[in-house]
Write a protein that binds this ligand. Structure first.
Ligand SMILES: NCc1[nH]cc(CCC(=O)O)c1CC(=O)O
Length: 316
């Protein structure tokens, strides 16, 4: 096969560019000629509002998806975590890269700080999931909203707007901030967001079938894909955007997928969480079953309350 040029669409943040270069390296290894095309999204432009206020649907993806449709890019690269659970019919995810460590981490310049320190102190995070989990497990801790890319958040921490921030290990590691990690938060309390740690490759269904299959073969990590399909099936049934504190983590051993997922109220008071397992081939059905169990155990009421609250926040 002649070397083929593949245009990779990405957001312009340092983390997004890392991800695009990661995909580019996998494609280069396979003999393709990747080209990186930077595209700005609504989520990059609006920095003065919380994600809960903007509304999360496609805020970091819509402009990239336009590029896939008009053919100006062949593939778009995203943090799997930032992708809507249901894509438009003309687009599809063709690969999920091998997952990084999935934990959230506590970042601070104070190396002795611990969430167990009982005096009231301030953690910066813009994630409703992390805020709710802090309220649930560590009610003495106060939170401040902290949006912006990783560099901006690190700067806000440096400026003393809070004593620590919580971030995904994956992004911290990719941006080379490991030395500021104070601790990895335990997965049983801080179950990550769906997709955390993996990079997703999206294409139009109209993209040349051979090109799509070559790209998939070079980028997709099958074990990760089973896990993410299960988590995303769960998320899809809950119709949770990234401002809804829904969480799930699937792992795969000996062809068995084990998934833990749930939902937590915004104030952290109500938490529903379940664990299920199935053979890998039934990963999607497993995620769907998890959603039924979580909704049936009170998750439906929590979800309704959250939707009402977020509606009110957006009206402000
Ligand atoms: N929501 C922003 C976002 N999207 C992906 C990552 C980190 C990388 C990843 O999880 O793949 C982050 C930052 C964070 O949550 O700390």
């Amino acid at each position: 096969m002649n070397a083929q040029t593949i245009r990779i669409g990405t957001r312009g943040s340092a983390l997004a560019l890392w991800q695009a270069h990661h995909i580019a390296a996998l494609l280069t290894k396979g003999g393709l000629l990747p080209q990186i095309v930077t595209i700005e999204t609504k989520g990059d432009k609006i920095l003065d509002k919380s994600l809960a206020k903007i509304g999360s649907k496609g805020v970091f993806t819509a402009e990239l998806e336009d590029g896939l449709r008009d053919g100006s890019i062949d593939i778009a690269v995203h943090s799997a975590k930032d992708m809507q659970s249901q894509l438009p019919e003309d687009l599809e995810i063709i690969a999920f890269t091998q997952r990084e460590v999935t934990n959230d981490v506590l970042i601070s310049f104070n190396k002795t700080i611990s969430l167990d320190d009982q005096h009231p102190w301030v953690v910066g995070t813009s994630s409703t999931r992390r805020v709710a989990m802090l309220k649930h497990y560590y009610p003495h801790i106060k939170t401040v909203d902290m949006r912006g890319n990783l560099q901006t958040r690190m700067k806000k921490l440096e400026d003393g707007q809070c004593e620590a921030i919580i971030l995904a290990f994956a992004g911290v590691h990719r941006m080379d901030y490991d030395k500021h990690i104070v601790s990895r938060l335990p997965l049983d309390k801080f179950t990550p967001a769906v997709g955390q740690g993996s990079v997703a490759v999206e294409s139009s269904v109209a993209l040349d079938a051979e090109k799509r299959s070559i790209i998939r073969n070079l980028c997709n990590h099958p074990d990760t894909e089973y896990c993410l399909l299960s988590e995303r099936a769960y998320l899809n049934k809950l119709q949770g955007g990234c401002s809804i504190p829904v969480f799930a983590l699937a792992t795969l051993h000996n062809n068995i997928v084990n998934i833990t997922g749930g939902i937590i109220s915004l104030n952290g008071k109500q938490l529903v969480k379940k664990t299920l397992q199935s053979p890998a081939e039934e990963a999607v059905a497993l995620g769907q079953r998890l959603s039924e169990e979580v909704l049936g155990a009170g998750g439906d009421t929590i979800l309704k309350e959250i939707r009402n609250t977020l509606k009110d926040i957006r009206k402000e």
